[in-house]
Design a protein around this ligand. Structure first.
Ligand SMILES: [Zn+2]
Length: 197
């Protein structure tokens, strides 16, 4: 672990953010480098990660069919889009998107948090729909998991890890998909020629 020079804090706007980096070994996957930025002044904290293995723009798909599947490791970088079509859930990276190592259940928790937050201001049909999805998700987590987890990462720093061959489908993102993908803090200008050529 080594601290790097202080950087400007996006929250309190002082030069008080210190960054530490830690290498972390994920079984059946390889090493990831986890970066944690912490502001000494206001407590702002941001984490992200990159994979130290070979990387390319990827789309990952895994069918979640059992309680055991909920324990599969998920490496989600700050540039990843996470989707569960059965629950109408899609989380796209924003400017402060975080990266983390978790499991499938942890991903469900994050989606639940986002949905609960959305519902705090929703009314009428939107609220009804949210309640229905929340119930679906809790049911899936507690007894009958039956859904598809999809992750798209243009920088290839994400993974769904299973010791079982063929459990996780992996393919390269197409150029069209790359252009339509949000990169979070790494947003590329639309006229970027490297991607179009
Ligand atoms: Zn701060």
């Amino acid at each position: 672990m080594d601290a790097i020079y202080a950087q400007r804090c996006p929250s309190c706007d002082t030069e008080s953010v210190l960054t530490t980096q830690n290498e972390y070994e994920v079984e059946h996957f390889g090493a990831v480098l986890i970066t944690v930025a912490t502001c000494r002044k206001c407590g702002y904290r941001h984490t992200d990660l990159i994979a130290l293995t070979e990387r390319e723009p990827i789309a990952l798909t895994a069918r979640i069919n059992s309680l055991a599947d909920l324990n599969m490791r998920v490496i989600k970088s700050g540039t990843a889009t996470v989707m569960i079509p059965e629950f109408g859930a899609k989380i796209t990276p924003g400017p402060y998107s975080e990266g983390y190592v978790t499991n499938v259940e942890g991903v469900l928790d994050k989606i639940e948090d986002a949905l609960t937050f959305m519902m705090s201001t929703a009314k009428g049909k939107r609220l009804k729909k949210g309640e229905k999805r929340l119930k679906q998700m809790r049911n899936a987590r507690d007894s009958k998991p039956h859904f598809t987890l999809m992750i798209k990462d243009p920088l290839g720093n994400s993974a769904i890890v299973s010791p079982q061959a063929g459990k996780v489908k992996k393919r390269k993102l197409t150029k069209r998909e790359l252009l339509a993908t949000k990169y979070g803090q790494y947003v590329l200008p639309q006229e970027d020629t490297a991607l179009k050529s």
